[in-house]
Design a protein around this ligand. Structure first.
Ligand SMILES: Cc1cc2nc3c(=O)[nH]c(=O)nc-3n(C[C@H](O)[C@H](O)[C@H](O)COP(=O)(O)OP(=O)(O)OC[C@H]3O[C@@H](n4cnc5c(N)ncnc54)[C@H](O)[C@@H]3O)c2cc1C
Length: 367
C-alpha cells in the first residue's frame, strides 16, 4: 500500500487526504493546530459561530461545487458588501455601482477621468499604474490606494505586480448586479458548525496527528521533522508555508498577517439587512468589519462583529511582488520527485476555498 504524507489539514490538505484514502493510499496528515481547517474552522463566542474573517464559498466550477456539497450541505447565500470612504463621509457599494458615482460631489471630474481611462490600455508595470490607468486618480485614491497598501502591509502599491493571475481583476464599475461574487454557485454551510463537518468527514478514516508542528523537510532523505517526531511517505503533499518547510533556504517569504477582534453588541443586527461586511478604504487601521450572523444565519438578540486589522502576526496574505515571486520560484527548484505543494500557502498565491479544493482534486487524479 502506497503511503501519502500530507502536511496541513486546511481545505487543500483535507481534500487530498479524503481523495487519496479513497484511492487506496495509507494517508497520514500532520496538522500543527488542535483542529483542521485553518482559519475556516468554526469557533464560538457567546454562542455565536464565527471563522477567522468571513469565509464564503463561491465558484463557477461544477466539480468543486459537487465535491463541497457531497461533504456539507450549503445554504444559498449572496454576499453583498459596502465600502466606507471617509473623504466623502459615505458608504458605497463594493463593487462600485455606476449609480454610486452619480452621488459623489466630484462626479464630473471622475467622469472625465473615466473617459480618458476608457481610451487607454492599462499599464501593467505595477498594481498602481494599472489602477491609475483603469479608473483614474480620483477613484484610485478613494478605493484602491490606502486599502491595498494596508491589506498587503506594503509601503507602496508600486511594489505589487499587476499580472493579476493572483487576484480577481478587481472592481469593475458595475450596473445592476450588486452581489460581491457573480459566480454561479455560492453559499455557506447550513450547519451551525460551518465547514467543520467537511473536515471531520474528510479525515475520518485518515490518521491525523494534531498539534504536530512541522519544522522542516529534508528533500534528500524525504524526512519531515516535526515536534512529534519524523515522518515520510512515498508521496508527500505540502500545504504549509514553503519557506518554513525548506528551513528558509532562500530567505523568508513575505506575508501580511491579521489581528482579529470580536465585538459582541446588544442589538439584533448592527448592519442593514443587505450588508454582510464593510470595507474601510482609507487610513483606518482595519480593512473590514463583518457581521457574522449574516453569513451563518445564527439567531440571537445580540450580534457578533469581526474586525480585521493588518498586522505582523500570522502569515496569511502572500505579498505578490517581483522579488517574492522570484524567491518562491527558487523554492520550487528544491522539490524532489513525488513531492507536491498545493493550496494557498503551498503555492504562495492569494486564492480561495475553491482553488484549494480544485488543486487537491487535480493532484489526486494525477496520482
Ligand atoms: C481572513 C481571510 C478571509 C478569507 N475569506 C475567504 C472567503 O470568503 N472565501 C474564500 O473562498 N476564501 C477565503 N479566504 C481564503 C481561503 O480561506 C483559503 O484560500 C483556503 O482556506 C486555503 O486552504 P489551504 O488548505 O490551502 O490552506 P490553510 O487553510 O491555510 O491550511 C493550512 C493548514 O496547515 C496548518 N499549518 C500551517 N503551518 C503548519 C506547520 N508548520 N506545521 C503543521 N501544520 C501547519 C494550518 O494550521 C492549516 O490547518 C480567506 C482567507 C483569509 C486569510
Amino acid at each position: 500500500m502506497k503511503k501519502a504524507l500530507i502536511i496541513g489539514a486546511g481545505f487543500s490538505g483535507a481534500t487530498a487526504a479524503w481523495l487519496l484514502q479513497k484511492k487506496g493510499y495509507a494517508v497520514t496528515v500532520l496538522e500543527g493546530d488542535k483542529n483542521p481547517g485553518g482559519g475556516t474552522w468554526t469557533q464560538f463566542y457567546g454562542g455565536h459561530p464565527y471563522t477567522f474573517g468571513p469565509r464564503i464559498f463561491f465558484t463557477w466550477d461544477q466539480e468543486v461545487y459537487a465535491h463541497m456539497t457531497s461533504m456539507v450541505a450549503l445554504r444559498k447565500f449572496n454576499t453583498k458588501t459596502w465600502t466606507y470612504v471617509e473623504q466623502d463621509s459615505q458608504f458605497y457599494h463594493y463593487p462600485l455601482q455606476e449609480a454610486d458615482i452619480r452621488l459623489m460631489h466630484d462626479h464630473e471630474r471622475i467622469d472625465a477621468e473615466l473617459a480618458v481611462a476608457k481610451k487607454k490600455k492599462p499599464s501593467v508595470k505595477n498594481f498602481e499604474s494599472y489602477w491609475l490607468d483603469a479608473i483614474g486618480p480620483t477613484l484610485y485614491e478613494k478605493f484602491v490606494h490606502h486599502y491595498s497598501e494596508k491589506m498587503w502591509g506594503i509601503d507602496s502599491n508600486q511594489e505589487l505586480v499587476a499580472d493579476f493571475n493572483w487576484v480577481n481583476k478587481g472592481t469593475p464599475i458595475r450596473t445592476g448586479d450588486d452581489r460581491l461574487y457573480t459566480d454561479q454557485f455560492q453559499g455557506y454551510p447550513e450547519d451551525k458548525e460551518g465547514y467543520n463537518s467537511y473536515f471531520k468527514k474528510s479525515l475520518m478514516d485518515v490518521q491525523t496527528i494534531y498539534e504536530c508542528y512541522v519544522q522542516r523537510f529534508d528533500p534528500e532523505t524525504r524526512i519531515v521533522h516535526t515536534t512529534k517526531g519524523e515522518f515520510t511517505g512515498d508521496v508527500i503533499i505540502n500545504t504549509i508555508h514553503i519557506d518554513t518547510l525548506f528551513s528558509q533556504a532562500y530567505g523568508k517569504l513575505r506575508y501580511c498577517g491579521r489581528d482579529f477582534l470580536k465585538v459582541m453588541l446588544p442589538i439584533e443586527y448592527a448592519l442593514p439587512p443587505e450588508m454582510t461586511w464593510i470595507h474601510y478604504s482609507g487610513k483606518e487601521s482595519f480593512t473590514r468589519v463583518t457581521e457574522f450572523k449574516k453569513i451563518t444565519g445564527h439567531q440571537s438578540p445580540h450580534t457578533l462583529l469581526g474586525i480585521e486589522i493588518p498586522s505582523k502576526r500570522g502569515r496569511f496574505y502572500p505579498v505578490q511582488s517581483e522579488p517574492e515571486l522570484k524567491r518562491f520560484e527558487q523554492y520550487k527548484g528544491l522539490y524532489p520527485t513525488n513531492f507536491f505543494s498545493i493550496g494557498r500557502l503551498g503555492t504562495f498565491k492569494y486564492k480561495g476555498i475553491e482553488d484549494a479544493i480544485r488543486e487537491a482534486l487535480d493532484l489526486a487524479t494525477s496520482l
